[in-house]
Ligand binder design. Structure first.
Ligand code: SF4
Length: 254
C-alpha cells in the first residue's frame, strides 16, 4: 500500500471513530487527527460525545450572551449530556432565570448548578466582598475550585469559547489537553455574524441583558455594559488588567 493509500485509510478511520478511547491521551490523539483531517467542531463534538468518550465529558456553560448556540448543538446530539453552571452567588438575576428558560427550551436533562464550598466562603470571603480587592482570589474561590470539584468525575469538558472573542483566544484549537483533561472548543471558529445567524436559524431565546448592552456576561459585580466600538469582553473586569476568570488554563501538548 503506497503513501496515498495509507493516508486515505487513516483519514477514513479517523473520520468515523467506531469505539471508545481507552485513555484521555488516546482520545486526544484521535480527535486531534479528526480535526487535522478537516472535520468541523460539531463533527468532532458528536464523535466525542457518542463514540470516543461517551459519559466522560461535561459541558461547562455560563448561560451568558452566546451560550445558547453551543447548548443547542449539544441538545441536538445528546440531551442527557451533563451541563455544569458555576453558580458563583454573584450572578445577575437575569442569568439565573435565563439558565432555567434555556434549559427548558432546549430540553436539557442534566443541568448542574455548582456553588462554592460553604466553609471556604465563610473562611475566605465572609462579607462577600473579595471581588472588590482581589478578583483572582474571588474567581479561584467561586469558579476555579468548584469547577475542579465538579469535573473530578469526568475525563474532559466542553467550552463555548470562540477565537473572535478576545486577543487571548485567536489561536484556540478545537481539541486541547489541559491539566490532564481533554477539552473541546467545538465552536471556536464561529464569529459574531455566524453566532447571530445560528441564533436566528435555531430560534433561540436571547439573554435578556443582551438588549441592554451586554455582549459578554459574567458575575453582576464584575460586568458592565459596553459602548459602541468596544470589544465584546471590554465590560468584563473593566478598569483592571484581568481578562479571564482562570478556569481556562494553558494547554499542554500530549
Ligand atoms: S467574576 Fe467577579 S464576582 Fe465573579 S467570581 Fe470572579 S471576581 Fe468574583
Amino acid at each position: 500500500m503506497g503513501l496515498s493509500s495509507n493516508f486515505h485509510a487513516a483519514h477514513a478511520d479517523n473520520l468515523a471513530p467506531s469505539r471508545e478511547a481507552s485513555s484521555i491521551g488516546e482520545a486526544f490523539h484521535r480527535l486531534s487527527a479528526l480535526a487535522a483531517a478537516g472535520a468541523d467542531g460539531r463533527e468532532i463534538l458528536r464523535h466525542a460525545l457518542l463514540t470516543v468518550m461517551p459519559g466522560r465529558l461535561a459541558i461547562v456553560s455560563s448561560f451568558g450572551a452566546e451560550s445558547a448556540v453551543l447548548l443547542s448543538v449539544i441538545a441536538g446530539i445528546d440531551r442527557t449530556a451533563p451541563v455544569v453552571f458555576l453558580e458563583t452567588r454573584k450572578h445577575f438575576a437575569e442569568t439565573l432565570a435565563y439558565r432555567d428558560t434555556l434549559a427548558a427550551h432546549l430540553g436539557l436533562l442534566d443541568v448542574r448548578s455548582v456553588s462554592p464550598d460553604r466553609a471556604a466562603l465563610a473562611d475566605r470571603d465572609p462579607a462577600g466582598a473579595l471581588w472588590q480587592f482581589d478578583t483572582d482570589a474571588c474567581c479561584a474561590l467561586r469558579k476555579v475550585e468548584p469547577l475542579d470539584e465538579a469535573l473530578s468525575g469526568f475525563d474532559g469538558w466542553i467550552s463555548g469559547r470562540k477565537r473572535h472573542q478576545a486577543s487571548t483566544r485567536t489561536t484556540l484549537p478545537f481539541v486541547e489537553l489541559e491539566q490532564g483533561r481533554l477539552k473541546l472548543n467545538p465552536i471556536a471558529d464561529w464569529d459574531g455574524p455566524r453566532i447571530q445567524a445560528e441564533f436566528a436559524r435555531r430560534a433561540l431565546p436571547a439573554h435578556p441583558l443582551v438588549a441592554r448592552g451586554y455582549p459578554s456576561i459574567g458575575c453582576a459585580v464584575c460586568t458592565r455594559a459596553v459602548g459602541e466600538g468596544e470589544e465584546s469582553r471590554a465590560g468584563r473586569w473593566s478598569g483592571s488588567d484581568k481578562v479571564e476568570c482562570g478556569i481556562h488554563r494553558a494547554s499542554v501538548d500530549a
